[in-house]
Write a protein that binds this ligand. Structure first.
Ligand code: HMG
Length: 387
């Protein structure tokens, strides 16, 4: 860091949807070789929210244990990043604020730029804390990736949330100051206001992701970013894990440095699917849980949001990170998801959007700690799930 105070990710937690869909089963029902999904895309499963779950309930499930552990002292801001917002005006964070019973002295804002939004939140949080190191900021990434049934994007769906507590003197990752940015206006993936599923030009999106990777890395280096051969690993945005594999190969070729094997960053995304804004931080958790030798090492982050913004930055893993991570068991969370048969998945896919012109009371499906109870007068009603 330039300046005195190290700032970064103090702790973080993950949540996902109640259901899981096996890609081998999806391939079978579509008459496709399962290896296209398992090997060609590098994906095994995807998470899907229950009927009474959404980005707010997943975000609350990820945030509640963070607050329980670290308290609310100094938290004056929540940045809620999502591509799959539930309201055109009200921040998803405002719903979360009530659901978690938070005090009034917290500003809550929603950030949107496809999968990139949480990185913007992280950088903005660092700016606030640099001004007043007593402040801490919650940056929450929560998304449901939805493409049309029977489309090429369908096997790259997913759902998940990561809540991060950003602070001075962080216990997990110090974020270094240099950041490289690469912004272009491109229609590679987008979701018009009247659609609940994304539109995408798949091949263009892959090219745009890779162009933005090398472009943002070059900007990172030009701004004093570290040399590629100092990176112990690189976290890539993972719309599907093969994309990250293509990315590390391209960055190795671009820099002339044989970058490390990033397979340990992929385990959770391979099973959760694309969680858009959360995906790069799910990759971070996957790496920290898989590798015990990272203390003091530098890791690269490549955040990409279609449309498009790419940002490359880096962080230093702090000593003691393994003890912090021991508080969460992501494999157990993934194993607890309820499998959905393909017919049931297809039915749920078609019924997750709620019209605003009629009231709905939703039956209890999820066993997650928070749920969507219904819609009244067009406004969503959330509640803690009774145990
Ligand atoms: P597709 O066109 O159906 O697939 O859709 P394909 O024909 O390109 O095949 C995919 C891979 O499987 C290929 O590998 C095939 O060779 C291989 P590659 O050549 O690319 O290395 N393959 C097989 N491998 C083993 N055994 C087999 C077999 N058959 C084929 N039998 C596509 C693929 C990714 C385009 C589609 O799923 C899609 O449109 N997904 C959504 C878009 C996306 O994820 N884009 C990624 C970059 S943009 C991004 O990351 C941003 C995003 O997260 C949104 C945001 O920012 O908010 C999406």
């Amino acid at each position: 860091m330039t300046g005195a105070t190290p700032i970064g990710i103090h702790d973080l937690r993950v949540a996902t949807g109640a259901h899981v869909v096996e890609l081998s089963e999806l391939a079978d029902t579509q008459g496709i070789d399962p290896n296209k999904f398992l090997v060609g895309l590098g994906q095994q499963q995807f998470s899907m929210p229950a009927h009474d779950e959404d980005i707010v309930t997943m975000a609350a499930a990820a945030t509640a244990p963070l607050i329980e552990k670290h308290g609310l002292d100094g938290i004056r801001t929540i940045f809620f990043a999502t591509e799959s917002g539930v309201d055109q005006s009200k921040s998803a964070g405002a719903f979360l604020h009530a659901l978690l019973g938070l005090p009034t002295g917290i500003r809550v804002v929603e950030l949107k730029q496809a999968c990139y939004g949480a990185t913007a939140g992280l950088q903005a949080a660092i700016g606030l804390i640099a001004r007043d190191p007593r402040e801490r900021v919650l940056v929450i990434a929560s998304d449901v990736a939805r493409y049309d049934l029977d489309s090429a994007g369908e096997p790259t769906q997913g759902a998940g949330a990561v809540a991060m507590l950003i602070s001075a003197d962080p216990a997990l990752i110090e974020i270094e100051a240099p950041a490289g940015i690469h912004t272009t206006d491109i229609d590679d993936f987008w979701r018009p206001n009247d659609r609940s599923t994304a539109l995408v030009d798949g091949k263009l999106s892959i090219q745009a992701y890779l162009a933005s990777l090398t472009g943002s890395f070059d900007d990172y280096r030009a701004r004093g970013g570290a040399e590629a051969d100092t990176l112990a690993s690189v976290l890539m945005h993972q719309p599907f894990t093969k994309m990250a594999a293509k990315g590390i190969k391209a960055l190795s070729a671009h820099t002339g440095v044989e970058l490390p094997d990033i397979t340990p960053t992929m385990e959770y995304n391979r099973r959760m699917g694309n969680s858009y804004t959360a995906s790069i931080f799910v990759a971070l958790v996957s790496l920290l849980d898989a590798d015990a030798e990272l203390a003091g090492r530098r890791i690269g982050f490549y955040s990409y949001g279609s449309g498009s913004i790419g940002e490359f930055f880096s962080g230093i893993v702090q000593p003691g990170y393994r003890e912090l991570r021991a508080a969460e068991d992501v494999p157990a969370m993934l194993a607890a998801r309820e499998p959905l048969a393909i017919a049931d998945y297809r039915e749920l896919h078609e019924t997750t959007e709620f019209a605003s012109d009629r009231d709905i009371v939703l039956p209890v499906t999820t066993s997650a700690p928070f749920r969507l109870a219904g819609v009244t007068g067009g406004a969503r009603d959330y509640t803690a799930t009774a145990v």
